[in-house]
Design a protein around this ligand. Sequence first.
Ligand SMILES: Cc1cc2nc3c(=O)[nH]c(=O)nc-3n(C[C@H](O)[C@H](O)[C@H](O)COP(=O)(O)O)c2cc1C
Length: 363
Amino acid sequence: MTAPDESFKFSRTGAVSKNRAVLAAMTNKQSNVDGTLSEDEINWLLRRADGGFGIVTTAASHVTASGQGWEGEMGVWGDHHIDGLTRLADEIRKRDALSLAQIFHGGMRAPEEITGVQPISASENPCSEAECGHSREATQEEIEDLISSFGDAAARCAQAGFDGVELHGAHGYLICQFLGELTNRREDKWGGDIESRSRFLLRILEDVRLKVPEDFLIGVRISPEYTKIGVRIDDSLALSEKLVESGIDFLHISCWDCFRPPSEFPEDSRMLTEWFSQRIGGAIPIISTGAIWSTSDAQAVMGHGADLVGVARAAVGHADWASHVHNPEYEPEGPPFTPQHLREQGLSNTFVEYMRNWKGFVE
Ligand SMILES: Cc1cc2nc3c(=O)[nH]c(=O)nc-3n(C[C@H](O)[C@H](O)[C@H](O)COP(=O)(O)O)c2cc1C
């Protein structure tokens, strides 16, 4: 069986990751008010590149100013972001890692308090953040503009020297709101069955492809299930086949816990990743993320059919997590971590405080 320390080549572009360890996207609240990268944010990511990750993904970064979901969020919506992005991409490359920018729009989860405008979504939906009321349904013209903003943002990332982008279609943000049957109740071509609800994402992919160079990686992250807005496993599997047809370079499934079956099939012996690898394995690379803490966890998820594994919280606590993937016995210490330990791992005080939202993570 392939081991987590073996290299991986993306067949279309030829890009090579030196191992199977992907630093999964993590919001860290460290960006400047205008969305430009701060020294703290660059430092946090470069420490993980130094720490051996084959692929380093940025935090979710908004493609339009009105798509910002929270304070301290990284932006890719304007040319003023390009200098910082260029520095980050250059420095990641010097460390022999591939760089991915995760691009997104908050949709109904982009609060008016932050953006100054009423959030938009596929349909009128209550915002999950209590303070932002209701989103309104995006018009046809706004949908076309949004699609174009994703393409423009990807072009900026390419210009800055990133190796690729990951479209954030998971966790209930705008793309996910189009995919969810509860948040997308449109009766036009953008709503209906999963084929129509996928149209927004598929059109974004087309726009991105037109605006970036041939050798730029284009991947998609989805939630296999996000039941509170109506994203269900069977639809996500059907979507994954559509994404294969569209020619993306990888599919990243955000499982939160890779060691469980879909919630709709609790008795099934197949873990989430296996559902996808049985359907599309071999057709495109699968990255799977969620509750991977040790090398043996990573190996197990690769055994489920993942080509690469995403690591988030373990990499917050251990900047050099990926430099241990050659060691099958590696099992780093778990939380709680002291603030001092986290600062030693390259987190600023802002990020340490943010990590307190994860119960039991910070001592
Ligand atoms: C602090 C923090 C911030 C996160 N921010 C993002 C994000 O910006 N985009 C995203 O797709 N997932 C985000 N996630 C989810 C992670 O990428 C990952 O899927 C999740 O933490 C499960 O993996 P883990 O068990 O290795 O932590 C975040 C997770 C954490 C802990």
